[in-house]
Design a protein around this ligand. Sequence first.
Ligand code: G6P
Length: 369
Amino acid sequence: DAVERGEYRHYMQKEIFEQPRAVADTLEARIGPHGVLPNIFGIDSDALLQATRGLHIIACGTSYHAGLVAKYWIEEYARLPVSVEVASEYRYRDAVVPADTLFVAISQSGETADTLAAMRESRRRGYLGTLVICNSPESSLVREADLKLMTRAGPEIGVASTKAFTTQLAGLALLTLELARRNGLDPQRYATLCAELQHLPRAIESALKLEPAIIELAGEFIHHQHALFLGRGAQYPVALEGSLKLKEISYIHAEAYPAGELKHGPLALVDEHMPVVAVAPNGPLLDKLKSNLQEVRARGGRLIVFADGAAGMDDMAKHGAMLRVESGGSFIAPAVFTVPLQLLAYHVAVLRGTDVDQPRNLAKSVTVE
Ligand code: G6P
């Protein structure tokens, strides 16, 4: 065990630091100087992806959050409608399936009972076909899907998923680009997005350098019972993932909100006992997010802001802390900003002395309903 963990104290920490390699492996031989390579989703993928007019993405837990990011990406760049749903709801509900919809399952293990049952159920619902993004080549989901893309995270031991998530995002980014190219994305824009994606392993590498600063921040959380995570746009699912990480391993109650919803409820909870973590890369929504954060400040809430150095963000640090993350561009930013949130959850849990790799009551793979 200690040999496998090497210099790291827990598998989770090791797996967080393996992300540059895992993402690079997932992109390897799938994207080149001219874009996404042919047939990376399987030999029969061409006709199916060409015919796709919409997507239903189904998953559980962290994999569900990856699906939520993909909705923002695919709708923006490929202009195809996407719905994302947790498998346990989808499987028992009479979902409407428009013509030429692709069913997409996302799963680290490929054995999650609800996700597998949802895919089996989808066969009766008239989809164009099924695609799975998965980290386990021999799994049931992979065996049963029409199209597949394997993430190459390698074995993930920590129950709280980290490198599986960022490699899923890498796989979903490839899917986004493939669909965008087929649906009229401007070739120059396509080339820019491809270059951004190829930079992702290095961007994650540089985000990992924040660890010492995050260790300092972690101390602030240990005596709190609650935390709020805020994001907007494709960073909202990142906030969800950050809050899930914190609750899974540190047992602090954490909730994520799209920052624009703050005044519709969670603001009532904000006082000096509520740390508020905001994911705030530069982008068209940054000014809106800033005014949301001002509302938190005005109520004495302690802000912890992850930003990429956009003007005016330093000011936020007056009532809290600001950590600078180089996003590497707006397309890959959700994957990059995930990393400091993983580190934050990890170090809070370490300080609280929980069983980080095996949190109470949770399982790595939920193979029964
Ligand atoms: C469990 C794990 C999570 C995981 C979820 C979905 O809850 O603890 O880390 O995200 O299952 O698992 P899957 O293997 O389908 O991605």
